[in-house]
Design a binder for this molecule. Sequence first.
Ligand SMILES: NC(=O)c1ccc[n+]([C@@H]2O[C@H](COP(=O)([O-])OP(=O)(O)OC[C@H]3O[C@@H](n4cnc5c(N)ncnc54)[C@H](O)[C@@H]3O)[C@@H](O)[C@H]2O)c1
Ligand SMILES: [Zn+2]
Length: 380
Amino acid sequence: MMRDDMTRVINVDLGDRSYKVKVGSGLVAGAGALVEGLGYRLVVMVTDTNVSALYAGALTESLRSSGVDVFTVEVPAGEQHKTLEVASGLIDEILGHKPPVDRRTLVVALGGGVVGDMAGFLAAIVLRGLNWLQCPTSLLADVDASTGGKTGVDHAAGKNLVGAFHQPLGVMIDVDVLRTLPVAELANGMAECVKHAVIRDAGLLDYIAANADNLMSVSGDQKLGFKEDVMVELIARNVSIKSSVVSEDELETGVRADLNYGHTIGHALEAASDFTGLGHGEAVSLGMVAENRIASCRGLLPSDRAGRVESVLDSLGLPVRRGGYDPEAVWNIMQHDKKMLDGKTRMVLPSDTGSVKIYDDIKEEEVLDAVEFLGKERRA
Ligand SMILES: NC(=O)c1ccc[n+]([C@@H]2O[C@H](COP(=O)([O-])OP(=O)(O)OC[C@H]3O[C@@H](n4cnc5c(N)ncnc54)[C@H](O)[C@@H]3O)[C@@H](O)[C@H]2O)c1
Ligand SMILES: [Zn+2]
Protein backbone atom coordinates (compact mmCIF):
# COMPACT_ATOMS: atom_id res chain seq x y z
CA MET A 1 0.00 0.00 0.00
CA MET A 2 1.18 3.47 -0.83
CA ARG A 3 1.61 5.54 2.31
CA ASP A 4 1.04 9.13 1.21
CA ASP A 5 1.66 10.49 4.70
CA MET A 6 5.27 9.37 4.52
CA THR A 7 6.09 10.34 0.94
CA ARG A 8 8.67 13.09 0.54
CA VAL A 9 9.22 15.00 -2.68
CA ILE A 10 12.49 16.77 -3.51
CA ASN A 11 12.73 19.11 -6.47
CA VAL A 12 15.90 18.97 -8.55
CA ASP A 13 16.07 22.50 -9.84
CA LEU A 14 17.63 22.53 -13.31
CA GLY A 15 15.55 25.03 -15.29
CA ASP A 16 13.64 23.28 -18.06
CA ARG A 17 15.30 19.98 -17.10
CA SER A 18 13.96 20.14 -13.50
CA TYR A 19 12.38 17.02 -12.06
CA LYS A 20 11.04 15.57 -8.84
CA VAL A 21 12.43 12.79 -6.67
CA LYS A 22 9.69 10.96 -4.74
CA VAL A 23 10.74 8.97 -1.68
CA GLY A 24 8.27 6.73 0.09
CA SER A 25 6.80 3.32 0.71
CA GLY A 26 4.68 1.32 -1.73
CA LEU A 27 5.61 3.47 -4.71
CA VAL A 28 6.39 0.60 -7.12
CA ALA A 29 2.76 -0.46 -7.06
CA GLY A 30 1.72 3.12 -7.75
CA ALA A 31 4.08 3.66 -10.71
CA GLY A 32 1.38 3.16 -13.31
CA ALA A 33 -0.57 6.11 -11.99
CA LEU A 34 2.56 8.25 -12.30
CA VAL A 35 2.99 7.45 -15.99
CA GLU A 36 -0.69 7.56 -16.87
CA GLY A 37 -1.69 10.52 -18.97
CA LEU A 38 1.86 11.35 -20.09
CA GLY A 39 1.23 9.94 -23.55
CA TYR A 40 3.66 7.01 -23.55
CA ARG A 41 2.74 3.88 -25.50
CA LEU A 42 5.67 1.65 -24.60
CA VAL A 43 7.99 1.32 -21.63
CA VAL A 44 11.41 -0.22 -22.10
CA MET A 45 12.22 -1.47 -18.62
CA VAL A 46 15.92 -1.94 -17.97
CA THR A 47 16.72 -4.09 -14.95
CA ASP A 48 19.33 -6.62 -13.82
CA THR A 49 19.10 -10.35 -13.32
CA ASN A 50 18.81 -10.09 -9.49
CA VAL A 51 16.29 -7.27 -9.29
CA SER A 52 14.21 -8.59 -12.18
CA ALA A 53 13.22 -11.71 -10.26
CA LEU A 54 12.22 -9.64 -7.22
CA TYR A 55 10.43 -6.53 -8.49
CA ALA A 56 10.04 -6.43 -12.29
CA GLY A 57 6.71 -8.30 -12.12
CA ALA A 58 5.06 -5.80 -9.76
CA LEU A 59 6.33 -2.79 -11.68
CA THR A 60 5.26 -4.27 -15.01
CA GLU A 61 1.79 -5.00 -13.71
CA SER A 62 1.41 -1.50 -12.34
CA LEU A 63 2.58 0.10 -15.61
CA ARG A 64 0.38 -2.14 -17.76
CA SER A 65 -2.63 -1.27 -15.65
CA SER A 66 -2.19 2.31 -16.80
CA GLY A 67 -2.38 1.25 -20.44
CA VAL A 68 1.25 1.17 -21.54
CA ASP A 69 2.94 -1.84 -23.03
CA VAL A 70 6.09 -2.99 -21.19
CA PHE A 71 9.14 -4.59 -22.75
CA THR A 72 11.96 -5.68 -20.43
CA VAL A 73 15.68 -5.98 -21.11
CA GLU A 74 18.13 -7.34 -18.55
CA VAL A 75 21.71 -6.45 -17.72
CA PRO A 76 23.56 -9.36 -16.08
CA ALA A 77 24.02 -8.24 -12.43
CA GLY A 78 27.40 -6.75 -11.54
CA GLU A 79 29.69 -3.84 -12.39
CA GLN A 80 31.69 -6.00 -14.84
CA HIS A 81 28.68 -5.90 -17.15
CA LYS A 82 28.42 -2.09 -17.28
CA THR A 83 30.15 -2.07 -20.67
CA LEU A 84 29.69 -0.84 -24.24
CA GLU A 85 29.42 -4.47 -25.39
CA VAL A 86 26.45 -5.12 -23.09
CA ALA A 87 24.93 -1.74 -24.05
CA SER A 88 25.27 -2.66 -27.71
CA GLY A 89 23.44 -5.98 -27.19
CA LEU A 90 20.63 -4.16 -25.37
CA ILE A 91 20.36 -1.60 -28.19
CA ASP A 92 19.93 -4.49 -30.65
CA GLU A 93 17.08 -5.84 -28.52
CA ILE A 94 15.44 -2.43 -28.15
CA LEU A 95 15.68 -1.52 -31.84
CA GLY A 96 14.47 -4.98 -32.79
CA HIS A 97 11.22 -4.59 -30.85
CA LYS A 98 7.96 -4.67 -32.80
CA PRO A 99 6.22 -2.26 -32.92
CA PRO A 100 9.35 -0.07 -33.08
CA VAL A 101 10.36 2.29 -30.29
CA ASP A 102 9.62 5.94 -30.98
CA ARG A 103 9.22 9.23 -29.10
CA ARG A 104 6.29 7.74 -27.20
CA THR A 105 8.65 5.23 -25.62
CA LEU A 106 9.75 5.75 -22.02
CA VAL A 107 12.85 4.05 -20.59
CA VAL A 108 12.41 2.92 -16.97
CA ALA A 109 15.45 1.94 -14.88
CA LEU A 110 14.71 -0.60 -12.15
CA GLY A 111 17.84 -1.53 -10.23
CA GLY A 112 20.99 -0.33 -8.52
CA GLY A 113 23.53 2.16 -9.84
CA VAL A 114 24.72 -0.19 -12.58
CA VAL A 115 21.23 -0.40 -14.05
CA GLY A 116 20.65 3.34 -13.57
CA ASP A 117 23.86 4.28 -15.39
CA MET A 118 23.19 1.79 -18.20
CA ALA A 119 19.49 2.65 -18.63
CA GLY A 120 20.23 6.40 -18.59
CA PHE A 121 22.96 5.89 -21.17
CA LEU A 122 20.63 3.91 -23.45
CA ALA A 123 17.98 6.61 -23.00
CA ALA A 124 20.56 9.25 -23.93
CA ILE A 125 21.65 7.61 -27.19
CA VAL A 126 18.78 5.51 -28.59
CA LEU A 127 16.93 7.67 -31.17
CA ARG A 128 19.22 10.52 -29.99
CA GLY A 129 17.49 10.65 -26.65
CA LEU A 130 14.36 9.20 -25.02
CA ASN A 131 12.83 10.25 -21.73
CA TRP A 132 13.55 8.05 -18.76
CA LEU A 133 12.34 7.40 -15.24
CA GLN A 134 14.56 6.06 -12.48
CA CYS A 135 13.36 3.51 -9.92
CA PRO A 136 16.55 2.92 -7.92
CA THR A 137 16.61 -0.19 -5.74
CA SER A 138 19.91 0.02 -3.81
CA LEU A 139 20.67 2.58 -1.09
CA LEU A 140 23.67 3.79 -3.08
CA ALA A 141 21.49 4.40 -6.11
CA ASP A 142 18.83 6.06 -3.90
CA VAL A 143 21.13 8.58 -2.24
CA ASP A 144 23.73 9.11 -4.96
CA ALA A 145 23.33 7.65 -8.46
CA SER A 146 19.62 8.51 -8.84
CA THR A 147 20.12 12.25 -8.87
CA GLY A 148 22.25 14.32 -11.20
CA GLY A 149 21.91 12.85 -14.68
CA LYS A 150 25.32 11.22 -15.01
CA THR A 151 24.90 8.14 -17.19
CA GLY A 152 27.38 5.83 -18.85
CA VAL A 153 29.43 2.67 -18.93
CA ASP A 154 32.95 1.59 -18.00
CA HIS A 155 35.87 1.20 -20.40
CA ALA A 156 39.11 -0.79 -20.20
CA ALA A 157 40.83 2.60 -19.69
CA GLY A 158 38.77 3.33 -16.56
CA LYS A 159 35.36 3.42 -14.87
CA ASN A 160 32.55 5.62 -16.23
CA LEU A 161 34.69 6.96 -19.09
CA VAL A 162 31.99 6.69 -21.77
CA GLY A 163 28.65 8.38 -21.21
CA ALA A 164 26.48 11.46 -21.27
CA PHE A 165 24.68 13.84 -18.98
CA HIS A 166 21.00 12.99 -19.43
CA GLN A 167 18.61 14.05 -16.69
CA PRO A 168 15.64 11.75 -16.01
CA LEU A 169 12.01 12.81 -16.16
CA GLY A 170 11.64 11.82 -12.52
CA VAL A 171 12.93 9.51 -9.80
CA MET A 172 10.78 7.19 -7.71
CA ILE A 173 12.43 5.77 -4.60
CA ASP A 174 10.53 2.99 -2.84
CA VAL A 175 12.13 2.02 0.47
CA ASP A 176 10.22 -1.29 0.57
CA VAL A 177 12.54 -2.81 -2.03
CA LEU A 178 15.55 -2.20 0.24
CA ARG A 179 14.39 -5.05 2.51
CA THR A 180 16.07 -7.58 0.21
CA LEU A 181 19.29 -5.63 -0.29
CA PRO A 182 22.39 -7.44 1.04
CA VAL A 183 23.78 -5.69 4.17
CA ALA A 184 27.11 -5.07 2.45
CA GLU A 185 25.28 -3.16 -0.29
CA LEU A 186 23.45 -1.13 2.36
CA ALA A 187 26.81 -0.15 3.87
CA ASN A 188 27.94 1.07 0.41
CA GLY A 189 25.10 3.56 0.44
CA MET A 190 25.72 4.53 4.06
CA ALA A 191 29.28 5.60 3.21
CA GLU A 192 27.86 8.09 0.68
CA CYS A 193 25.40 9.34 3.33
CA VAL A 194 28.30 10.08 5.70
CA LYS A 195 30.05 11.82 2.79
CA HIS A 196 27.03 14.06 2.22
CA ALA A 197 26.86 14.85 5.95
CA VAL A 198 30.51 15.85 6.13
CA ILE A 199 30.40 18.04 3.04
CA ARG A 200 27.09 19.81 3.77
CA ASP A 201 25.10 18.89 6.89
CA ALA A 202 26.35 18.30 10.44
CA GLY A 203 22.77 17.56 11.54
CA LEU A 204 22.65 14.63 9.13
CA LEU A 205 25.69 13.09 10.81
CA ASP A 206 23.86 13.35 14.15
CA TYR A 207 20.77 11.76 12.58
CA ILE A 208 22.78 8.84 11.21
CA ALA A 209 24.56 8.37 14.54
CA ALA A 210 21.28 8.37 16.46
CA ASN A 211 19.66 5.85 14.07
CA ALA A 212 22.58 3.63 13.06
CA ASP A 213 21.31 0.57 14.95
CA ASN A 214 17.89 0.86 13.38
CA LEU A 215 19.21 1.49 9.87
CA MET A 216 21.61 -1.46 9.92
CA SER A 217 19.33 -3.96 11.66
CA VAL A 218 18.73 -7.36 10.07
CA SER A 219 15.65 -9.38 10.98
CA GLY A 220 15.41 -13.14 11.54
CA ASP A 221 14.65 -13.88 7.88
CA GLN A 222 17.86 -12.03 6.88
CA LYS A 223 15.85 -9.14 5.52
CA LEU A 224 16.75 -5.59 6.49
CA GLY A 225 14.78 -4.47 9.51
CA PHE A 226 14.91 -0.66 9.33
CA LYS A 227 11.92 1.50 10.22
CA GLU A 228 10.36 2.91 7.08
CA ASP A 229 10.08 6.48 8.31
CA VAL A 230 13.75 6.52 9.35
CA MET A 231 14.87 5.22 5.95
CA VAL A 232 12.62 7.67 4.11
CA GLU A 233 14.02 10.55 6.17
CA LEU A 234 17.62 9.44 5.60
CA ILE A 235 17.17 9.13 1.84
CA ALA A 236 15.20 12.37 1.50
CA ARG A 237 17.87 14.34 3.37
CA ASN A 238 20.62 12.87 1.20
CA VAL A 239 18.74 13.46 -2.05
CA SER A 240 18.22 17.09 -0.96
CA ILE A 241 21.95 17.55 -0.50
CA LYS A 242 22.88 15.87 -3.77
CA SER A 243 20.14 17.79 -5.56
CA SER A 244 21.28 21.19 -4.26
CA VAL A 245 24.89 20.48 -5.24
CA VAL A 246 23.83 19.33 -8.72
CA SER A 247 21.47 22.30 -9.18
CA GLU A 248 24.35 24.63 -8.44
CA ASP A 249 26.78 22.91 -10.80
CA GLU A 250 25.14 20.42 -13.18
CA LEU A 251 28.18 19.71 -15.35
CA GLU A 252 30.81 19.55 -12.57
CA THR A 253 32.82 22.66 -13.27
CA GLY A 254 32.83 23.76 -9.62
CA VAL A 255 31.14 22.73 -6.36
CA ARG A 256 29.91 19.36 -7.70
CA ALA A 257 33.53 18.29 -7.12
CA ASP A 258 32.81 18.45 -3.36
CA LEU A 259 31.08 15.09 -3.90
CA ASN A 260 34.54 13.62 -4.50
CA TYR A 261 35.30 13.91 -0.78
CA GLY A 262 36.68 10.56 0.40
CA HIS A 263 36.87 9.38 -3.21
CA THR A 264 40.32 10.68 -4.22
CA ILE A 265 42.13 8.31 -1.87
CA GLY A 266 39.14 5.92 -1.86
CA HIS A 267 39.36 5.29 -5.62
CA ALA A 268 43.10 4.77 -5.38
CA LEU A 269 42.57 2.18 -2.62
CA GLU A 270 39.96 0.46 -4.78
CA ALA A 271 42.36 0.39 -7.72
CA ALA A 272 45.20 -0.79 -5.47
CA SER A 273 42.94 -3.72 -4.51
CA ASP A 274 42.25 -4.36 -8.24
CA PHE A 275 38.56 -3.56 -7.60
CA THR A 276 38.18 -6.87 -5.77
CA GLY A 277 38.02 -7.53 -2.06
CA LEU A 278 37.27 -3.91 -1.16
CA GLY A 279 33.71 -2.69 -1.62
CA HIS A 280 33.12 0.86 -2.86
CA GLY A 281 31.65 1.90 0.50
CA GLU A 282 34.62 0.43 2.37
CA ALA A 283 37.01 2.26 0.06
CA VAL A 284 35.16 5.56 0.53
CA SER A 285 35.06 5.03 4.30
CA LEU A 286 38.84 4.52 4.42
CA GLY A 287 39.25 7.38 1.93
CA MET A 288 37.33 9.76 4.21
CA VAL A 289 39.43 8.70 7.22
CA ALA A 290 42.67 9.22 5.25
CA GLU A 291 41.57 12.58 3.82
CA ASN A 292 40.45 13.70 7.30
CA ARG A 293 43.94 12.81 8.49
CA ILE A 294 45.40 15.21 5.92
CA ALA A 295 42.90 17.89 7.00
CA SER A 296 43.80 17.34 10.67
CA CYS A 297 47.56 17.50 10.00
CA ARG A 298 47.01 20.78 8.15
CA GLY A 299 45.26 22.12 11.24
CA LEU A 300 41.97 22.41 9.34
CA LEU A 301 39.89 19.71 11.05
CA PRO A 302 39.85 19.42 14.86
CA SER A 303 40.71 15.85 15.91
CA ASP A 304 37.46 15.38 17.86
CA ARG A 305 35.52 16.02 14.62
CA ALA A 306 37.62 13.49 12.74
CA GLY A 307 37.10 11.02 15.60
CA ARG A 308 33.35 11.54 15.48
CA VAL A 309 33.21 10.73 11.76
CA GLU A 310 35.21 7.55 12.44
CA SER A 311 32.83 6.51 15.22
CA VAL A 312 29.82 6.95 12.97
CA LEU A 313 31.46 4.97 10.13
CA ASP A 314 32.37 2.25 12.62
CA SER A 315 28.78 2.08 13.91
CA LEU A 316 27.64 1.45 10.32
CA GLY A 317 29.99 -1.52 10.00
CA LEU A 318 32.37 0.41 7.74
CA PRO A 319 36.16 0.08 8.12
CA VAL A 320 38.15 3.00 9.55
CA ARG A 321 41.61 1.39 9.63
CA ARG A 322 43.19 -1.12 7.26
CA GLY A 323 46.83 -1.97 6.82
CA GLY A 324 48.60 -3.61 3.92
CA TYR A 325 48.49 -0.76 1.41
CA ASP A 326 51.74 0.41 -0.17
CA PRO A 327 51.55 4.22 0.25
CA GLU A 328 53.77 4.83 -2.81
CA ALA A 329 51.54 2.63 -4.95
CA VAL A 330 48.43 4.52 -3.78
CA TRP A 331 50.11 7.87 -4.57
CA ASN A 332 51.14 6.62 -8.03
CA ILE A 333 47.60 5.48 -8.80
CA MET A 334 46.33 8.91 -7.75
CA GLN A 335 48.73 10.58 -10.18
CA HIS A 336 47.53 8.33 -12.96
CA ASP A 337 43.86 8.69 -11.96
CA LYS A 338 43.79 12.47 -12.02
CA LYS A 339 41.00 14.08 -13.97
CA MET A 340 42.67 17.51 -13.87
CA LEU A 341 45.21 18.19 -16.56
CA ASP A 342 47.42 20.75 -14.86
CA GLY A 343 49.54 18.27 -12.88
CA LYS A 344 48.12 19.28 -9.47
CA THR A 345 46.69 16.85 -6.96
CA ARG A 346 43.29 18.09 -5.82
CA MET A 347 41.42 16.99 -2.74
CA VAL A 348 38.27 18.03 -0.89
CA LEU A 349 39.15 18.60 2.77
CA PRO A 350 36.76 19.37 5.64
CA SER A 351 37.36 22.03 8.27
CA ASP A 352 34.26 21.03 10.22
CA THR A 353 31.34 18.66 9.77
CA GLY A 354 29.33 20.30 7.02
CA SER A 355 32.09 22.49 5.63
CA VAL A 356 34.63 21.57 2.96
CA LYS A 357 36.96 23.28 0.49
CA ILE A 358 38.93 22.07 -2.52
CA TYR A 359 42.72 22.21 -2.18
CA ASP A 360 44.98 21.79 -5.19
CA ASP A 361 48.32 21.70 -3.39
CA ILE A 362 48.20 18.18 -1.92
CA LYS A 363 51.74 16.86 -1.48
CA GLU A 364 53.06 13.36 -1.84
CA GLU A 365 54.25 13.17 1.78
CA GLU A 366 50.75 14.03 3.04
CA VAL A 367 49.22 11.16 1.08
CA LEU A 368 51.95 8.72 2.16
CA ASP A 369 51.35 9.68 5.81
CA ALA A 370 47.57 9.34 5.43
CA VAL A 371 47.82 5.82 3.94
CA GLU A 372 50.27 4.80 6.69
CA PHE A 373 47.79 6.22 9.22
CA LEU A 374 45.16 3.74 7.96
CA GLY A 375 47.45 0.90 9.05
CA LYS A 376 47.83 2.21 12.62
CA GLU A 377 45.74 1.16 15.57
CA ARG A 378 42.77 3.37 16.38
CA ARG A 379 42.59 4.95 19.80
CA ALA A 380 38.85 5.15 20.45
N1 LIG B 1 25.36 8.23 -12.03
C1 LIG B 1 25.86 8.59 -10.88
O1 LIG B 1 25.83 9.76 -10.50
C2 LIG B 1 26.48 7.55 -10.00
C3 LIG B 1 26.81 7.87 -8.67
C4 LIG B 1 27.34 6.88 -7.87
C5 LIG B 1 27.53 5.60 -8.38
N2 LIG B 1 27.22 5.33 -9.66
C6 LIG B 1 27.41 3.99 -10.22
O2 LIG B 1 26.58 3.09 -9.50
C7 LIG B 1 27.15 1.78 -9.54
C8 LIG B 1 27.08 1.17 -8.17
O3 LIG B 1 25.73 1.09 -7.79
P1 LIG B 1 25.20 -0.04 -6.80
O4 LIG B 1 26.06 -0.04 -5.60
O5 LIG B 1 23.76 0.14 -6.67
O6 LIG B 1 25.57 -1.36 -7.58
P2 LIG B 1 24.69 -2.44 -8.36
O7 LIG B 1 23.75 -1.80 -9.30
O8 LIG B 1 25.64 -3.43 -8.90
O9 LIG B 1 23.83 -3.11 -7.20
C9 LIG B 1 24.49 -3.83 -6.20
C10 LIG B 1 23.95 -5.27 -6.09
O10 LIG B 1 22.71 -5.24 -5.40
C11 LIG B 1 21.72 -5.90 -6.17
N3 LIG B 1 20.46 -5.23 -5.84
C12 LIG B 1 20.11 -3.95 -6.16
N4 LIG B 1 18.94 -3.65 -5.59
C13 LIG B 1 18.54 -4.74 -4.90
C14 LIG B 1 17.42 -5.03 -4.07
N5 LIG B 1 16.49 -4.12 -3.82
N6 LIG B 1 17.34 -6.27 -3.52
C15 LIG B 1 18.30 -7.19 -3.73
N7 LIG B 1 19.40 -6.97 -4.49
C16 LIG B 1 19.51 -5.76 -5.06
C17 LIG B 1 22.19 -5.77 -7.59
O11 LIG B 1 21.63 -6.79 -8.40
C18 LIG B 1 23.68 -5.94 -7.43
O12 LIG B 1 24.02 -7.30 -7.32
C19 LIG B 1 28.56 1.94 -10.09
O13 LIG B 1 28.59 1.49 -11.42
C20 LIG B 1 28.80 3.43 -10.03
O14 LIG B 1 29.68 3.89 -11.03
C21 LIG B 1 26.68 6.27 -10.47
ZN1 LIG C 1 30.98 6.81 -4.29
